[in-house]
Design a protein around this ligand. Structure first.
Ligand code: GRF
Length: 203
């Protein structure tokens, strides 16, 4: 099964998924890492691992619809069983989301449905929440609102700043996201209406 990962920057979640796929011998391979920015730092890690990479620069397209169409063409060359958004910072059109329905995953750095959108850690601190975290979910046309696959929770400390809180959460993202992608690959995620049920592993 082919996994295609989309990034826009650092790519540390992508890296965690690549490492887990290899170390745990998933019945899958990372077929490509694709970025909307040529300067995404994660691209060089992927290249060093021998993973095909591609850049589809959103700035080269007149609008979201055309960018998404070009992106879909590149992604589909790799026949993905699943498309994994890992710090991919573009809002996707309904046509894109529909094309990858039920095989499009995202990680969002908050406990959804709290704090959808950007600057989640700053907003969590401002709101004074005592716990914060990250969510892996299926992507639907409603931004940051798809069915939830997994969540990880961290405490908010009295002296936290956005950077310290982000770092605490990122460590858990690196465990949670590979686990969730693996569940998908193993066919263990069953959607029941807006909920996701984790099926037991085949034995
Ligand atoms: C992560 O915090 C992820 O939750 C969010 O963007 C960040 C990406 O980091 N969607 P990286 O590129 O995976 O290092």
């Amino acid at each position: 099964k082919n996994i295609v990962i989309l990034i826009s920057g650092r790519g540390s979640n992508m890296e965690a998924i690549v490492r887990a796929c290899k170390q745990e011998n998933w019945p899958a391979k990372i077929a490509a890492v694709i970025s909307n920015r040529a300067d995404a730092a994660g691209l060089s890690f992927a290249q060093a691992q021998g993973i095909p990479t591609a850049v589809v620069e959103h700035r080269q397209f007149a609008d979201r619809v055309q960018f998404d169409q070009a992106l879909m063409r590149v992604i589909d060359q790799f026949s993905p069983a699943v498309v994994v958004l890992a710090g991919f910072m573009r809002i996707l059109t309904p046509a894109f989301v529909a094309h990858y329905a039920d095989r499009l995953l995202n990680i969002h750095p908050s406990l959804l449905p709290a704090f959808p959108g950007l600057h989640t850690h700053e907003r969590a601190l401002e709101a004074g929440v005592r716990v914060h975290g990250a969510t892996v979910h299926f992507v639907t046309a409603d931004l940051d609102h798809g069915p939830i696959i997994a969540q990880a929770v961290v405490p908010v400390m009295p002296d936290d700043e956005a950077t310290t809180l982000a770092a605490r959460i990122l460590m858990l993202e690196h465990q949670m996201y590979p686990a969730a992608v693996r569940w998908f690959i193993e066919g263990r995620l069953q959607r029941v209406d807006n909920r996701v049920v984790l099926l037991p592993r085949d034995t």
